[in-house]
Design a protein around this ligand. Structure first.
Ligand code: NAP
Length: 542
């Protein structure tokens, strides 16, 4: 690192990037390409963002690695060999580190630098970004690459400090791993993280108790090794694969059936679901089985019933199977679909039990385990929290961000996030968010959506320089219109009908607002491309 901050002299740069995950890393690469100096400030002791922190057993991506990877460099995509269809976390972390070294990015990334505030000064037009250690960085541009799922939801059980065993959160997993051997483990949470961990812990622990509040839908990943022939074939036409991904709703190609679930007979419907579950390769393909699963309740119920049927077929104990079946108030796919390897099968093991904590909620930890409201005690040696995140807004609200007139982003977002295009916020000039709320982000292949945002923003900064523009700010009217549009599009779907972290409803007290943009990647790209082509419509350039 060339320069360090001292109290009297902050480090002066063209841009500060907060976060060294997929977004921050590619943003640094792109800023360098257009000749801007930048520093990435990263809270962790390593790069990788979500893939640095979430190292729990069984962690792997639920988007295929051949798609969930950078496309910006042909050399990179030709030289990297993924080993499995859905890469495990250690492999993704190795890939990210490879990218950082290959493009010599590490020298501009500062680790162990948790950003605590970002303050805009109207007179100088500069952002001052301060870390927990008091270091200061000053630049005209502040780019938030802080991720959508980076602030774990802290366990809120009284008495945890008295628990004599060990406890861990999926998103803050010990670097040197956890030993489950011979232990009675209690796992709280049955979202993507809990579902991935369940078979792994069950295979190693003496006993696993899964505490389930809401049964979610899980579809088998059908994960498998990638053969040398498959890699060769993909690499021979990688550009075409990426181009095809651009045209799909989620930014990664999944065969989509263009029929309604209600226009086919029972047999055809069952065949299609079966094909998605098994033949076509599992995972998110299930969401594309019919074109109206996420907008038509009747069609959605057909998918929900199919999954319930699979659960009943798989889980031998009928009472456990019923408990694992998602209820009618959770339409299929409206809470992030889980993608698993042997999740439901794991409940057939003699050392695994499932506890319904909707009926009898967990209320406290005791020195020896967990206790429910009715006073039932579960003796445990270890508690694992897979209880999720303060999603989409948590990371930004954890920083004291101040825009024009000292207005705080926390205050501005008190009733939910407000952005223009998920990229910018009125009153916060020259601050940009990558894959922010109001963009497709978590409803898409994140790496694809990150590349789209970084490319758009890099071009915007380059245009600003060519045109002598120093201040880029979203107009209030454009932001209002965008927020209205994001909600209107969401309201046409079933998504807002469920309690999910997309809606903020996984956290007590969080505003209930649907946060991602659900219209899909091609529609979104068309809009941001037009905005740029029309001289950055909706932004004030000064
Ligand atoms: P999550 O989906 O928010 O799930 C949290 C789970 O904890 C829910 O089952 C929730 O129950 C439960 N919970 C929370 N507080 C509880 C309490 N007090 N008592 C009992 N249960 C409680 O979190 P996550 O599993 O970490 O996943 C978050 C997101 O990260 C995913 O949706 C996905 O986007 C991403 N992710 C992706 C992958 C992947 O690529 N494969 C893996 C992991 C995570 P309720 O449902 O009742 O609230």
């Amino acid at each position: 690192m060339s320069e360090n901050s001292t109290p009297s002299s902050p480090v002066r740069l063209d841009a500060i990037v907060v976060g060294a995950g997929f977004a921050g890393i590619y943003q640094l690469y792109s800023l360098r390409r257009i000749g801007l100096s930048a520093r990435v400030l990263e809270a962790g002791d390593g790069v990788g963002g979500t893939w640095y922190w979430n190292r729990y057993p069984g962690a792997r991506c639920d988007v295929e690695s051949l798609d969930y990877s950078y496309s910006f460099s042909e050399e990179l995509q030709q030289e990297w060999d993924w080993t499995e269809r859905y890469a495990p976390q250690p492999e993704i972390l190795r890939y990210i580190n490879h990218v950082v070294d290959r493009f010599d990015l590490r020298r501009d990334i500062q680790l162990n630098a948790r950003v605590t505030s970002a303050v805009y000064d109207e007179v100088s037009g500069l952002w001052t970004v301060t870390t927990g250690a008091g270091e200061r960085f000053v630049a005209p541009y502040c780019i938030m690459a802080t991720g959508c799922l980076s602030i774990p939801q802290a366990p809120q059980f009284p008495g945890l400090e008295r628990f004599q065993g060990e406890w861990h959160h999926s998103a803050n997993w010990p670097l040197d791993g956890v030993n489950f051997a011979g232990k009675r483990v209690g796992l709280i949470g049955t979202g993507s993280s809990g579902v991935q961990m369940t078979p792994e812990i069950a295979a190693r622990a003496a006993h696993l108790t899964v505490f389930q509040r809401t049964a979610n839908y899980s579809v088998p990943a059908q994960n498998e090794p990638i053969t040398a022939e498959q890699l060769k074939e993909v690499k021979a036409h990688y550009g075409a694969r990426r181009a095809r991904a651009l045209e799909t709703h989620t930014g990664h190609f999944l065969i989509a059936n263009d029929k309604s679930a209600m226009e086919v007979n029972d047999e055809e419907r069952r065949k299609e679901f079966e094909f998605r579950w098994r033949g076509a390769g599992g995972g998110f393909r299930m969401l594309r089985a019919f074109n109206d699963l996420m907008v038509n309740k009747q069609s959605n119920e057909k998918a929900a019933d199919f999954v319930r049927g699979k659960i009943r077929e798989t889980v031998k104990d009928p009472a456990t199977a019923e408990l694992l079946c998602p209820k009618d108030d959770l339409p299929f796919g409206t809470k992030r679909l889980c993608v698993d390897s042997d999740y439901y099968q794991t409940f057939n093991r003699p050392n695994v039990s499932l506890v319904d904590v909707k009926a009898d909620p967990l209320v406290e930890a005791t020195p020896t385990g967990l206790r429910t409201r009715s006073g039932k005690d579960y003796p445990l040696d270890m508690i694992v929290f897979a209880t999720g995140f303060d999603a989409m807004t948590g990371a930004l609200k954890s920083i004291d961000v101040r825009g024009v007139g000292g207005v705080s982003l926390r205050d501005k977002w008190e009733h939910g996030p407000r952005t223009y295009l998920g990229l910018a916020v009125a009153g916060f000039p020259n601050m940009f968010i990558l894959a922010g709320p109001g963009s497709p982000s978590v409803l898409s292949n994140m790496v694809h959506s990150i590349e789209l945002h970084v490319d758009w923003l890099t071009q915007c900064l380059q245009d600003a320089r060519t045109q002598g523009v120093q201040r880029i700010e979203a107009l209030q009217s454009a932001e209002d219109e965008w927020v209205r549009h994001v909600n209107e599009v969401a309201d046409r779907t079933l998504y807002p009908t469920a309690n999910s972290w997309y809606m903020g409803s996984n956290m007590p007290g969080k505003p209930r607002v649907f946060m991602p943009y659900v219209a899909g990647v091609p529609a979104y790209r068309k809009i941001v491309t037009e905005v740029a082509a029309q001289g950055y419509r909706g932004f004030e350039l000064a």
